[in-house]
Design a binder for this molecule. Structure first.
Ligand SMILES: [Zn+2]
Length: 262
């Protein structure tokens, strides 16, 4: 069991490293699939020894081997987060197909969250990828369970309902605040999260996103890292709320119900 999770963690590190390269190329508009990795500062091609997740970063003291420019902490952090993400998903998801589905979409959403943190932009390309994966999974699962049009059993209808309801809710906030409180990217993102976690779990996911966002926002303002009026991207909180709900949503809801019904 240990080696299985160890393997998942290493695989996650490697995929995280891919996310880093993907994100960078997305940003500069270069093809993701072609060409080898190079240093963004000196454009020196990187060898296999420079591309070992986390290890290379530590060995090189966080600097490029060739030009000694700092590499940036977010590279190893994204890799480690991707590793932990895979371990958590496979540790807390009982169903094999669901675990595969979560692994694909949440790794993609990790890229979305990281890009949003850095560039205040939610990538339509990655969201489109998540949309195709999510719809395929939902349609396939509800057809397999033979309940495509059966409410509330159908995972497809449940996902669609959650996507539309949460999309409308954030869409309304987007319109009411004229885009200042909530970007349209967040509206598209919550639609995807809705497809992933379904109805009524999406209510918990959105609630958790606002809660975590408010707590982090207060901490940043209190520690003077951000001023009150500064924008904090909401995408990462939506992804985090979605992930927590996907993995532990039913436990959280049962725990909450046991509190208020006692
Ligand atoms: Zn360099």
């Amino acid at each position: 069991m240990f080696w299985w999770y160890f393997f998942l963690f290493i695989l996650g590190l490697q995929l995280g490293s891919f996310i880093n390269a993907f994100k960078y190329r997305l940003h500069i508009g270069q093809s993701v699939w072609r060409g080898r990795s190079y240093c963004p500062h000196c454009h020196h091609l990187l060898s296999g020894w420079d591309l070992i997740p986390v290890v290379s970063f530590l060995m090189l003291g966080g600097r490029c081997r060739y030009c000694r420019q700092p590499i940036g902490w977010h590279y190893p952090i994204v890799e480690i987060v991707a590793g932990v993400l895979l371990v958590l998903i496979w540790g807390f998801t009982a169903d094999l197909f669901l675990a595969i589905f979560y692994s694909i979409v949440f790794l993609a959403l990790l890229a979305v969250a990281e890009y949003d943190l850095k560039h205040y932009l939610i990538s339509d390309k990655v969201l489109a990828f998540c949309l195709v994966i999510s719809l395929s999974f939902l349609i396939n699962q509800s057809l397999a369970a033979n309940n495509f049009f059966v409410w509330p059993d159908s995972i497809f209808l449940s996902g669609l309902m959650a996507a539309l309801a949460s999309g409308l809710f954030l869409g309304a906030i987007h319109l009411l605040t004229r885009g200042r409180g909530m970007g349209f990217g967040d509206v598209k993102l919550v639609f995807i999260i809705g497809l992933i976690v379904g109805w009524p779990s999406i209510i918990l996911a959105v609630f958790l996103s606002f809660l975590i966002g408010a707590i982090i926002g207060l901490i940043l303002v209190a520690s003077k890292k951000k001023r009150m009026k500064e924008v904090i991207p909401f995408g990462p909180f939506l992804v985090l709320g979605g992930l927590i709900t996907a993995l532990w949503g039913s436990q959280i809801i049962n725990w909450y119900l046991s509190l208020i019904l006692w």
